[in-house]
Each structure stands twice: as structure tokens, then as C-alpha cells.
Ligand binder design. Structure first.
Ligand code: AMP
Length: 293
């Protein structure tokens, strides 16, 4: 365990439990006692917006930095996922979070993640959209989030709308399992040109980076065109998807307009709706979405 002046780094579960017990009665009626922001590190302004909101709204904030092997497929980027712990600690310290939980994989999966008990959310939420392209991914996410909830025992937990399907699934898990935690969604933080901030943006070449804002432009196009009523929703999605796919760097995985709660695909434009996209840009998989209210 390493200590800094304001942010304490904790690497094991037993120490978090001791800390959690020490703040058990510290909550007042006005604020949640413990706020929690789970991350995989390589922190950027998107993550920090969640952390700052948690710090404003809660008495104590725990941020976790854990690259969760269970949510990566065998051919995905677990090994090369960006890691920048010292910089992350500095950012978390500046934001005023009390605890940085940074466990080694062996703390969370002492017998390996493959043989661990798993949390399986309803397939109608997990098997569509990203689930089609990342089998087992959301089971890895729900399992680690439930474990982290069980360890940190937060009153409120903050997640980005950037990962809209993930947020929907976690809200559903909390409801279905009667977890005593308020799951709070936070709007997507974007670069100036509209690209949603993501740790994976660091993998983009400079040419790809210039192109990457086309993803957000596509979402905006679908929103404007579908709301205008000039074409059917199906046509709009087809035109927008084909246009993106024609750009040499892009390979579209999905572009859909869905009900924001059930994530069922829509046949006609409605409000509210969420437009979701995933595409590979070179070797980098990017996702984004736009909520239309
Ligand atoms: P990750 O480290 O990618 O697992 O992300 C940790 C949390 O930060 C998740 O709840 C993400 O949805 C959220 N997040 C990541 N990027 C952004 C962004 N650009 N805007 C808002 N939240 C984000």
C-alpha cells in the first residue's frame, strides 16, 4: 500500500473493508456517504468528469483502476490496453477522491477469472449491439462491477453514457439484484471535433484520428435526418451506415436506433431514442451514441 497526502492507494480487499467500516457512520442526510467510479485507468477528461461529479455529490469517493481480464475476448487488447498509473493517481489526487483502489488481478480472481462465479444479465440486453461482436464481454463487466460494489459498498456509483449499453445493463443488474446503490449516468465528454473521449483513442494514427470524428457526425446526421421526416428511419440508417463504410479507414459494425430503456431496435423514429454506433477505424474499435429526447 502506498500513501499520498490526500489520496490513499489501496491494493487489497481487506484494507478497503477496514476503510469502508471506518466511514460507515460518516454519512449525513444530505449526501451519499460513499461514491464510486470504476475505471480501467488511462484516465482522461471523460473519466475525470465522473470523478469530479462524485466528489461534489458524495462525502467520500473511491475510484478503481482495474483492467478487468474477464471482459476482454481472447483476441482483444487486454495485454496492450494503455496503462498509466502514476498519471492516473495524480489526476485522482487533484480531483479530491479519497481512495484509489488498484488491485492486482489475483486479488479479484484468486482462482483465475475463467472459473469464477459470473453475473449474467438478460440476453436481450447483452447479446445485441456490442454483445454480437464481443461475446461474453458484458458478463465480464457485470461480474466485476458486482464484485467492486461488494468490496467498496458504495451508496452511489457513476458510469458514463459513452458506454450506453453498459450503463443500461448495470442499471438493470442493480434493479434486478436489489443492490443498495444508486447508479448515476453521466453525459459523454467529447473532443472539440465531437469524438467521444476514450482511452483507446490513443491507439489511433494521426490520419485515423482526423477521420474519427465522422462517427459523431454520423450520429448527428441520423438524428437530424430522422427527425426531419424526409426519409424513413431504416433509409436514414442505411444511407448513414453506407457513407461511413465507404470511407477507407472505417469498417462499420452496427448503426442502430433503439429504445433507450429496452435497447430494442426501432422501426420508426420516436423520441426518446438512442442512436448507437460501433466501427473499427484501422485496428481500433470505437463506439459512440446519441440520446435524442
Ligand atoms: P473505462 O475506463 O473505459 O472502463 O471507463 C470508465 C468509466 O468512464 C465508464 O463508466 C465509462 O462509460 C466512462 N467514460 C469513458 N469515456 C467517457 C467519456 N468520454 N465521457 C463520459 N464518460 C466516459
Amino acid at each position: 500500500m502506498i500513501s499520498s497526502t490526500e489520496t490513499r492507494v489501496i491494493e487489497n480487499i481487506a484494507d478497503i473493508r477496514v476503510w469502508r467500516e471506518s466511514v460507515r457512520s460518516a454519512g449525513g442526510a444530505d449526501k451519499p456517504s460513499v461514491g464510486f467510479v470504476p475505471t480501467m485507468g488511462a484516465l482522461h477528461e471523460g473519466h475525470m468528469t465522473l470523478v469530479r461529479k462524485a466528489v461534489r455529490e458524495c462525502r467520500h469517493v473511491v475510484v478503481s483502476v482495474f483492467v478487468n481480464p474477464m471482459q476482454f475476448g481472447p483476441n482483444e487488447d487486454f495485454e496492450r490496453y494503455p496503462r498509466s498509473f502514476e498519471k492516473d493517481l495524480q489526476l485522482i489526487r487533484e480531483a479530491g477522491a479519497k481512495i484509489l483502489f488498484h488491485p492486482p488481478v489475483s486479488q479479484l480472481y484468486s482462482d483465475g477469472h475463467a472459473s469464477s462465479t459470473k453475473v449474467i444479465a438478460p440476453p436481450e440486453l447483452t447479446e445485441r449491439l456490442c454483445g454480437q461482436f464481443r461475446p461474453g464481454h458484458f458478463t465480464g463487466v457485470t461480474t466485476v462491477v458486482l464484485k467492486l460494489f461488494s468490496i467498496a459498498q458504495p451508496d452511489a456509483a457513476y458510469f458514463g453514457e459513452k458506454d450506453y449499453q453498459q450503463l443500461t445493463i448495470i442499471k438493470r443488474m442493480a434493479r434486478d439484484l436489489d443492490l443498495p446503490v444508486d447508479v448515476v449516468g453521466v453525459p459523454t465528454v467529447r473532443e472539440i471535433d465531437g469524438l467521444a473521449m476514450s482511452s483507446r483513442n490513443a491507439y489511433l494514427t494521426s490520419t485515423e484520428r482526423k477521420r474519427a470524428s465522422e462517427l459523431y457526425k454520423t450520429l448527428c446526421f441520423v438524428r437530424e435526418e430522422s427527425l426531419s421526416g424526409r426519409r424513413t428511419l431504416e433509409d436514414v440508417l442505411k444511407v448513414a451506415g453506407d457513407r461511413l463504410n465507404k470511407m477507407p479507414e472505417f469498417s462499420l459494425q452496427y448503426l442502430e436506433a433503439c429504445d433507450p430503456n429496452s435497447l430494442k431496435p426501432l422501426e420508426t423514429t420516436q423520441t426518446p431514442m438512442v442512436i448507437l454506433v460501433a466501427a473499427k477505424l484501422g485496428s481500433v474499435r470505437l463506439i459512440d451514441n446519441l440520446l435524442v429526447t
